[in-house]
Structures are given as C-alpha cells and as structure tokens.
Write a protein that binds this ligand. Sequence first.
Ligand code: ADP
Ligand code: MG
Length: 486
Amino acid sequence: MDNKKDTLIELKHVKKVFKDGVTIIEDLNLEIKKGEFVTLLGPSGCGKTTILRMIGGFEKISAGELLLNGKDISNLPPNERPINTVFQKYALFPHLNVYDNIAFGLKIKGADKKTQDEKVKKVLEMVDLEGFEKRSISTLSGGQQQRIAIARAIVNEPEVLLLDESLSALDAKMRKEMQIELKEMHKKLGITFIFVTHDQEEALTMSDKVVVMSDGEIQQIGTPEDIYNEPKNLFVADFIGESNIFKGKMVGKKKVQFDGAVFECVDDYPVDTVIDAVVRPEDVEITEAGKGRIQGEVIACDFKGIFYVTAVKTDRAEIEIHNLKSFKIGEKVGLDLAPDSIHIIPYDTTINHYEGTLESYIVGKGFLVKFEDFELSDVPAARIFANCTEKEEGTSLLDAAGKEISWEGRKVVASFKPEDAKLSDDAEAGFVAGDINSFIFMDNYYHYRVRSESEEEYIVNDEYLWNSGDHVSISVPLEKFQFELS
Ligand code: ADP
Ligand code: MG
C-alpha cells in the first residue's frame, strides 16, 4: 500500500523562516496520499496554518522541497496549483449572491454561462443547498455560509482541498453536523482533504490520518486509533484525550511498577527501564476497597451526561476515571488495570540526563552543581526551584510561601537536547570531554555518542564530521540545560 504512486503531496526537509528571522519550522517531512483525509492537529501557534499556506502557495518555503505528484511546485503561484482553500474566515463576497460567489472562479477561468450554471447547481446539491442561487450571503446562517465557502472551493474541481479551522466559527451542534457532512463530502468527491484543527476530538472523528504537531515539529503521524492508543511520546499522550500518566519502571518481562504496585502490561522493555505509563480514564476499573492493586479514596465524582468522572486519590497520585457508576466522596475504593490498558512510553535514559548535587549557592549568581564528570556554575536558583526568592545576604533561598528552602545536598537532574550541544577539539572548551565512541550520518547532521573517562555517555547532534576515537569536548549553553529536582 505504501506505494509512491499513491503519494500526492510531499514536503521534504521543509524549513520556514519568516522575514523577522524567526524559524517556525526547522525540518518538516510529510507525505500525503491521494484521496486521504489528513488532519494537522496541534496547539495554537505550532505552525499548522503556515504549513497549509505553503501548500496552497500563499507562503514560500525557505528551504527543502514541496512536491505535487512528484513535481516541485514551490514556485507555482496559488492559482496554478490544483489546490483550493477554505479559510478560517469564510471570505465570501458579501455584496454578491450565492451563485456569483460560487461562480466567481469559473468566470475568471472563462467558463461559459451554461457550464457555470451546471457546475454551480451540482456543487449546491453537494453541500445540500439546492435552489439557494439567488440568496444573498447576509441572509445565510453561519453553517450555510460555511457550506457556500466549501462549494466555492470545490467548484473548480481541485485535487486538494485545504481547510483551515473551517468549523471553529460554528456552534457546537452545527459543528458536529458539519463534521459528518464534510466526511461525506470527502467520500463523494474522492479528493484529498487537508484539514487543520486544534481540536483533538474533531481530528479523531474526521480523519484517515492525523499529524500531531507541536512547535513546528511533527510528534506523531498515524490513524486516529494509533495516536489515541499508542501515543509515541508524552506530548501526544497528554494532548490527545484525557490520560493518567504515571512515572515508574520495568520490573520484569512485561511487568511494570508504578503507583506502588506491579502490573502486567503488553509492552516489553528491559528491567529497570524508567518509563511513563499512560492510562486512559475509561480503562481504570473500580473495585471494592481492599480488592484491586491500588487503594484510594474518592475525592470527586461528577456526572458528565453519559458517564461519571471520578477522581481517586491514592498514596502517590490522583487518578481520573470515567465510568457509568457514581461514587460518594470519601468512599474507599480499589482500582485495577488490565494489561492492555497500560501503554508504556520508555523514558530514554540514554539521552543526556545526569544526576548531580547542589553544592553551594551564591546570592545574585546561583548554584554550583556538581556531577560525576563535570560541574555547572552560576545556575540561577529559579531554574531549579520555581517561584523562589533570594534572601538579601548569605546563602538562603525562600519558597513562594516565604519558607526557607533546604537545598544543601539536594539531587538534581540536568539534561540537554543532542541538537543543543556542539563538539570542539579543544578539550577545555566545553563542560565535559570524552572520546567519540560511534556516530551515525543522519542526512543533514551526524549523531555522535561521546564517552567520558568515567564511561558516561553523551549524545550530540553536530553538523561537522568527526571520527571515532577523536578526543572532543562538549559545549551546551547554560540556558539550554533543563533542571529537575530528583
Ligand atoms: P497555528 O496555525 O498552528 O496556530 P501559525 O502557523 O499560524 O500557527 O503560526 C506559527 C507561528 O508562526 C506563530 O508563532 C506565529 O506567530 C508565527 N507567524 C505566523 N505568520 C507569521 C508571519 N507572517 N511573520 C512572522 N511570524 C509569523
Ligand atoms: Mg492557524
């Protein structure tokens, strides 16, 4: 099925830098097949509209390739691409009637009156507004205007229809109806729809394929079922649907431990792998107190129309559960999880996490943090303790409530992303030195594993070529380090 012949649109290593010099998209790779209903899903500002505008031709790509049927279209103006857009604001001409709004593009292309009449009639049927030709735009409801906007976009028989948050302006009920209609329209037309939304439910209901994005990067591509049931990382797990996320570790073959209990699961990772376990609220089983592997107390239970949302507090966590029974606040219950209701996301411990100790603190400068291989100095206190304030003198730090924080000897984990690190052949230039143990060429950079004298491993993505055995040092700007108390 994964035949290149089915591929309609391809974005290869696409980069987008706006005039102000800000890079919105670094390196985007996406393939869209003929006839697919693809949804770009992600929080506001993650770059969805920008991608759509690049495909539509309203925005130039800064680097990379944009292919349609294998041909580069990045220099074609919008009207020469077989692509039409339904914008977030419908952009209908208010002074023209329905007919003239829809026929506008046909007229520009020089279609004769008879062709115009036929095509307008056909698309009005398609959007269920037969006989609306003479109506003025201002007399139409929001839902009807939306349909006219779609009719206008499909009358030119494009190969691709781009829809940018096209349903966001509608009220909830209308929106649900239009979701179903759009899907039906997609089936009838047989063309490719690229739909943009920040609404996960909308994306899951409508699409063949969902592209989950954050910060200009694709987090996961998959069917709605895939991304719901098998989120690849915590961003996706958190963004799609409700989830309980537990930190834990593998303790045996398909055995995982979290929230103080051991569970069978269906994923297998080496013993001691640190993991996040994702459990959907509808998959938690509530049992009698004393039964089930986790014990807790009901702290909230609200009816949501079809199911109850129950919150249970356990020793270590607060768990959200969706089910059909109501519970009393204060009621003691047991909880259990079936193996296939636990989805494991291994925490990649090999990627640049290092535990250190808070060694000393200087007011106005920050912490000295000591690690096995290196030390970091002048780490601002606020990077480690959120909302803390410094005392005027001495080495005291106060928390948000004004209480003194006892930081001496506390352990912190410092981490950095491989792409934020650089290699140098000057052993003194970086914060740590080691030998290049292995490297992999990744198309536009190299992925290095550097091993220090104490056998710690550091992962660095660098654009320059080094050789195995080279002695190098690693630099990471202090602001690129993340700190977390452990
Ligand atoms: P989304 O549609 O996912 O909400 P956008 O693609 O509209 O996101 O925007 C992504 C980012 O690009 C935002 O940070 C936005 O401010 C920025 N951006 C969008 N258009 C421009 C522009 N013309 N110039 C500079 N920055 C822009
Ligand atoms: Mg947008």
